[in-house]
Design a protein around this ligand. Structure first.
Ligand SMILES: O=c1[nH]c(=O)n([C@H]2C[C@H](O)[C@@H](COP(=O)(O)O)O2)cc1CO
Length: 224
């Protein structure tokens, strides 16, 4: 069985470790065409001190100093001077090489407040060194999508690429698709994904990480 796994790359790599677990698990059921989605080489979550987050609404950056890492796989906690209240807040920030972006963690993120670094050139992100660049990545992935027997997507971290792949998969009439979403993230899944669920060919499953193996087992045994 050929499995196409979708997970965020340029959309943000905060779920990388989970993608690795999913890819590992999917190997039990077939060959995973998009193994690279779980590759640690496509991410770099090290906090670089000269890349201090800047608020788009402030003339000077908030004062941030590195704080000891919290027991959170993909974020670091920093203490930040809150320029709005003049108080001190603790926030989790994330920076990945793919997005060059700092983002407040899901749990602590006030609505609409994100600290962004400017994006790097797109050819520095995702799969580097692909000779034909983004065109080759796109064409190869659409080809793999067509070849695949099933699509499994982790959709908690929003990603344009994953959304696009799922839209294309819906149009490939016999493609069975499982979308996995973690409500514990505090996010709300796009209506364009949840609303596409038909309970048969396109499934959307809310889950927690400890249910992963069981859910995949159920999904793949339902295909037999
Ligand atoms: O370098 C890449 N390689 C690649 O295969 N993709 C595909 C696979 C992923 O499921 C999806 C991720 O999209 P995005 O990068 O917009 O988060 O797109 C995406 C990129 C970068 O956009």
């Amino acid at each position: 069985m050929k499995i196409y796994f979708c997970g965020s790359i340029r959309g943000g790599r905060s779920d990388l470790q989970l993608y690795q677990r999913i890819v590992h698990e999917l190997h039990k059921y077939g060959s995973v065409l998009t193994e690279h989605v779980g590759s640690a080489e496509l991410s770099d979550t090290d906090l670089v001190e000269d890349n201090i987050p800047q608020s788009p609404v402030l003339s000077s950056p908030p004062v941030l100093s590195p704080f000891s890492p919290v027991p959170c796989s993909s974020h670091r906690q920093v203490e930040a001077q809150d320029a709005f209240s003049c108080g001190s807040v603790k926030v989790c920030v994330q920076q990945s090489r793919e997005s060059s972006r700092f983002q407040l963690s899901d749990k602590e993120e006030p609505p609409g407040l994100l600290y962004h670094q400017s994006q790097r050139d797109s050819d520095e992100e995702g799969e580097e060194g692909t000779t034909g660049g983004d065109r080759d990545i796109h064409d190869r992935d659409v080809d793999w999508l067509q070849q695949s027997d099933v699509v499994v997507a982790e959709v908690t971290q929003p990603s344009l690429g994953v959304g696009y792949e799922l839209g294309r998969a819906v149009d490939m009439k016999k493609k069975k698709t499982l979308c996995l979403f973690r409500p514990s993230s505090g996010r709300t899944l796009s209506a364009m994904i949840r609303g596409a669920a038909d309970g048969e060919r396109f499934l959307v499953r809310d889950y927690s990480e400890d249910e992963l193996e069981k859910i995949l087992e159920e999904f793949f045994s339902s295909l037999k």
